[in-house]
Ligand binder design. Structure first.
Ligand code: LLP
Length: 416
């Protein structure tokens, strides 16, 4: 996070005081550092060169088209999970032959859109889906490239809501049914089997679950290759964690080198789908202190940002570091930092010891670049936040703040 640093008592993003941007653009505000994004891009890109690989950035982590444009311009593809994400990726200039499409519930119209866009492959999550892809491709006179997402039943040791590779999860096909699924799909006229896919969860901070899963997947990989299937792509998903508090996730090169070792003998290309790792620590959420409140039993800092802007603390009890943007002298206080929404889960942090803040000051919620804006909503009829990108001493608005008009734009009053 060394592009979000204090100079004297003031938080900067690269060469611009956060306070300056927040005063001009207003709050709540997502603020991204291009330097951090570039650094994370470079680390992963360099590491991935140890293998014959394609990196498909996971669009769901942060789907702002300006950030997407940067990553696609640098040569990366996209991991998408909806027609909407495909639309964004295309608008941001993706090479559609570097797009992989995951998700358990792809609809016919989404499949059609992806076929028309000629994406690299569908990561199919059930046989029923493959039958629909086959019928749709037939109707369009196309051949669909597919892989199966296989569930290796490995515990990723992360939050249960972001675990995906256990047999109780809805994702992928059961590894025990995989060979049969491949054999069935191989007989379909409009299906071209090209890959095998696996993603076991997100925010993994240890390497062993990745290795365990890969060893299981490798066995399957060679089994289906031996059956004469040309598995050109082995997609290993995303999931590498980041530091929010004091986690020590493996470095991308450690992870990729261990993949390389395990995959010895595989001749195809490996696909990686990093999301959080690239954007997580590239962004902060800036909110304004509306009130300081003491209820007799607790101190609260009430901000103009809420769980509709950043839902991770409410949904996963996720930890995000929080700092006042201006460090004031004075006794540090134990506080809950909360939003204005009518829910007790509307908090950014609890029992944090912070320097004093005055009403009108700004606070920064760190590590908010991934699953921050992309999971935000209009709950409590709150217009969604603005997003800005800093490049050295300049900043650019990359998403305008929504207006009240935007809130009702699609609604219609009827008088039946
Ligand atoms: N590929 C697939 C198939 C995925 O499902 C995901 C994330 C990724 C790649 C990217 O994973 P990453 O590298 O970002 O860990 N909202 C949650 C995270 C949900 C992740 C869902 N899938 C959070 O805020 O922690």
């Amino acid at each position: 996070m060394n592009d979000f640093i204090f100079k004297e008592n003031e938080l900067y993003c690269e060469d611009v005081p956060v306070r300056k941007i927040a005063s001009e653009v207003g709050t709540p505000l997502y603020l991204y550092s291009l330097a951090t994004l570039k650094r994370h891009f470079n680390v992963f890109d360099e590491s991935s060169k140890a293998l014959n690989s394609i990196v498909c950035y996971s669009v769901k982590a942060n789907s702002n088209i300006s950030l997407l444009h940067f990553l696609f311009k640098m040569g990366w593809g996209a991991d998408i999970v909806s027609g909407g994400e495909l639309f964004r990726a295309i608008k941001a200039g993706v090479d559609t032959r570097k797009v992989v499409y995951s998700g358990v519930g792809k609809t016919e119209s989404e499949i059609e859109f992806a076929l028309e866009a000629d994406i690299l492959m569908f990561n199919a999550e059930s046989l029923s889906e493959v039958f629909l892809i086959d019928r749709t491709a037939g109707r369009l006179n196309k051949k669909a490239r597919i892989s199966f997402r296989v569930n290796p039943d490995v515990d990723p040791k992360t939050h249960p809501y972001i675990s995906t590779g256990l047999k109780k999860n809805k994702f992928g096909i059961n590894i025990k049914q995989a060979v049969q699924a491949y054999e069935t799909a191989a007989k379909l006229p409009n299906i071209d089997i090209v890959g095998l896919d696996c993603h076991i969860g997100s925010q993994l901070t240890e390497i062993s679950p990745f290795n365990d899963a890969l060893k299981i997947i490798k066995e399957l990989l060679f089994k289906i290759i031996a059956k004469g299937m040309d598995i050109k792509y082995l997609d290993l998903g995303g999931g590498l964690g980041i530091t929010y508090e004091n986690e020590m996730p493996p470095h991308p090169s450690t992870y990729i080198n261990s993949v390389k070792k395990i995959l010895e003998g595989y001749k195809g290309q490996v696909i990686f789908e990093p999301g959080r790792l690239i954007v997580g620590n590239s962004g902060i959420l800036v909110a304004k202190v509306v009130y300081n409140k003491n209820t007799g039993s607790k101190n609260f800092i009430i901000t103009d940002g809420g769980m509709n802007d950043l839902i991770r603390p409410a949904l996963y009890e996720a930890y995000h570091e929080i700092v006042p943007v201006l460090k004031r002298e004075g006794p540090r206080l134990k506080v809950d930092i909360v939003g204005p929404i009518c829910e007790s889960a509307d908090f950014f942090g609890k029992d944090r010891v912070l320097n004093p803040v005055e009403e009108g000051d700004f606070i920064a919620v760190f590590s908010a670049g991934a699953y921050g804006f992309s999971m935000s909503s209009n709950y409590n009829s709150r217009p969604r936040a603005a997003e800005a990108l800093v490049d050295k001493d300049k900043f650019y608005i990359i998403r305008k703040r929504e207006t009240y008009e935007d809130l009702i734009d699609k609604e219609i009053i009827v008088n039946p």
